[in-house]
Design a protein around this ligand. Structure first.
Ligand code: FES
Length: 243
């Protein structure tokens, strides 16, 4: 079991958890991920390692509540435990990304926040801002896109005509995380790759995003039914407690 030692609700949809996992923390490197299971009946879900503390033996994950498992995970509190926390998995990036203080102020000076509805920052997609910055003559050596698959697809499409190297982080369905089951396969440059052992980072200009979106939607119906059942169960428990 893996104990939660810190929890922050970053907004209504995104949660940060720091989890006690000394063996994972000991070996974790930037770009790697873990697979968690909330309990023995849960599905296995991959999440990027956001941070780690080798001395404390903890690993930090940041995730959006999009399916039943991430909703169950976000409902856990400090002191609670989860069943599995396996990792570190995947190929690490060459080195950890460390932003020095003066670089940090440069980063924050050039920080743009976009929201679909304009409730924070500017209204529009990240691709709108990216395109306008490139067209304004800004030079970029590389673009890194991490997030929903459609976003990564269109970021890659935006940078391709300008020849800007673009790295995307894949999060397909994963089961074993060791290259054995084939669940996480993605087509990159016409070749089959396994995101768990060959990735999760790939050249965005080479990824077949449409195939990936199709594969990722295979269990949508089952997931919606499970979420519905879970909500009904929770409602019944709340009703029984009150009456
Ligand atoms: Fe099974 Fe990658 S998760 S092969």
């Amino acid at each position: 079991m893996f104990r939660i030692v810190n929890k922050k609700e970053l907004n209504s949809a995104v949660t940060l958890l720091e989890i006690e996992a000394p063996f994972v923390a000991k070996k974790a490197k930037a770009g790697q991920f873990i697979i968690f299971r909330v309990d023995e009946f849960s599905e296995r879900v991959p999440l990027t390692i956001a941070d780690y503390d080798r001395e404390k033996g903890t690993v930090t994950i940041i995730f959006q509540k999009v399916g039943l498992s991430t909703k169950l995970l976000a409902a856990k509190e400090v002191g609670d435990s989860i069943r599995d926390f396996v990792g570190p998995l995947g190929v690490a990036t060459n080195k950890d990304i460390i932003i020095l203080e003066d670089e940090m102020s440069a980063v924050s000076d050039n920080y743009y926040l976009m929201t679909d509805d304009g409730t924070k920052g500017e209204k529009g997609f990240v691709t709108d801002k990216l395109k306008s910055l490139i067209e304004a003559g800004n030079q970029y050596d590389a673009v890194i896109a991490i997030g929903p698959i459609p976003m990564m697809k269109f970021v890659s499409k935006t940078t391709e005509p300008y020849g800007i190297p673009t790295t995307v982080s894949m999060s397909p369905i994963m089961i074993d995380g060791t290259g054995m089951c084939g669940g996480c396969r993605v087509t990159v440059g016409g070749e089959i790759k396994f995101a768990c052992v060959d990735g999760p980072d790939f050249d965005g200009h080479q990824v077949d995003f449409d195939e990936l979106m199709n594969r990722n939607s295979v269990y949508k119906k089952e997931e919606a039914e499970l979420t519905e059942k879970h909500i009904c169960r929770m409602d019944k428990m709340a009703h029984d407690l009150i009456h």
